[in-house]
Design a binder for this molecule. Structure first.
Ligand code: GLN
Length: 388
């Protein structure tokens, strides 16, 4: 029998998506894979209905339907202040997942080194392997999940071609400060490296923290490649709409990668999502208030468990420290949570380079009633016989 490619033996299928399947099998409340159980904004749903009857059933322009790119460029400039030419600075992709793969394949030759902070969003390890890059991991240390500047400087000095910065960060909830981003950019300039950002939670940030757009910093234009998505902002994770935003000479190359990977993102969905991109500033303020309330509900329930957990500054994930429950591995713990408690999370080890089995990641992008139901179940941990 012919052997399949050896690079595929270096990573597993997504643990996040596997936990969703396990949760569904057991009928648990699914707080593992981060997606909402509530509807997108009404104008987006109405636009989707209209789009089904329009002339949008064939391929859109490979790098994005013109009207979608115009609306996207205007929205990006309104939010970040960065000028965007819709014809030169954007490639529309199938989610930020494709955007990240596209960015990595655009930047890296086989054997190039890419800095990844650990913990990291699960996809980055696989992205590095599939694009032929060698990851260098730099730890983000709890409780603030800050990095050691000297350690990061050494990682750049070892010949890094690029760094991936997920901001706000999945799974830690860290929101990078302006000073941290400036320092990363300073090192990237010094060592002539790319900075690939992943910013799908740009609008899910909790006061007093604020999202700073890396590409709005002076000196960013030629080396920052933004990967982003509409999934979280408009509650449309299943639409798979994302984009790469970078300087024209980078985008000219990224378009080629995207073209041969997927040809393009779904045309009717691009048309419908324009209604989201045109929503007024009050929509984003409302989204932030909604998620702040969800965070407060969920953290209040988690406090009742008596277990320590991370308090997110942004995004919608919490790392619950389950070390006191005495499980040999977090995978066994996560399976037990699904079967015995009826709430699904993701074993934290899938986000760490280090052998870290202390955490289960839960997310709170759910209706408040779902969060209350999950919270009641999790509160059973307070008096559970597993607690010594
Ligand atoms: N970003 C989400 C998470 O971390 C969804 C991941 C996915 O399945 N694409 O859970």
């Amino acid at each position: 029998m012919p052997a399949t490619a050896s690079r595929l033996s270096h990573f597993t299928e997504s643990v996040i998506r596997a936990m969703t399947r396990l949760s569904n099998q057991h009928g648990a409340i699914n707080l593992s894979q981060g997606f909402p159980d509530f509807d997108p904004p009404e104008p987006v749903l109405a636009a989707l209905e209209r789009a089904t009857r329009g002339p949008f059933h064939q391929y859109a322009v490979t790098w994005g339907a013109p009207r979608f790119r115009q609306a996207l460029a205007a929205k990006i400039t309104r939010c970040s202040g960065v000028p965007v030419d819709p014809d030169l600075n954007l490639v529309v992709t199938c989610g930020s997942t494709e955007a990240m793969m596209c960015a990595m394949m655009t930047c890296c030759n086989p054997g190039d080194k890419v800095i990844i902070f650990s913990p990291f969003y699960e996809n980055y390890g696989a992205d590095a392997i599939l694009s032929g890059a060698d990851p260098i991991y730099v730890p983000l240390r709890p409780p603030q999940f800050s990095f050691d500047p000297d350690e990061l400087a050494r990682a750049f000095a070892s010949g890094a071609k690029a760094i991936i910065v997920c901001n706000p960060s999945n799974p830690t909830g860290k929101v990078f400060t302006r000073a941290e981003l400036q320092f990363i950019l300073y090192l990237a300039e010094k060592h002539d490296a790319f900075v690939i950002t992943d910013e799908p939670y740009e609008h899910i940030v909790y006061a007093p923290h604020e999202h700073v757009y890396m590409n709005s910093l002076p000196g960013a234009a030629d080396r920052v490649i933004v990967c982003n998505s509409l999934s979280k902002t408009y509650s449309i994770t299943g639409w798979r709409l994302g984009y790469v935003h970078a300087a024209p000479h980078i985008i000219a190359q990224a378009r080629k990668v995207h073209d041969f990977l997927t040809v393009g993102a779904a045309a009717p969905l691009q048309e419908a999502a324009i209604a989201g991109l045109e929503l007024p500033a009050s929509y984003y303020a409302g989204l932030q208030a909604t998620y702040t309330a969800k965070r407060d509900v969920f953290l209040t329930h988690l406090r009742r468990t008596g277990l320590p957990f991370t308090e997110p500054q942004g995004a919608y994930y919490v790392l619950l420290d389950i070390s006191s429950l005495g499980f040999p591995t977090d995978t066994e713990a996560a399976e037990w949570f699904i079967r015995e408690i009826g709430v699904a999370g993701v074993p934290g080890s899938s986000f760490f380079r280090e052998p870290e089995h202390r955490f289960i990641r839960f997310h709170f992008a759910k209706k408040e009633e779902t969060l209350h139901a999950a919270g009641e179940r999790l509160a059973l941990l307070a008096n559970h016989p597993r607690r010594a």
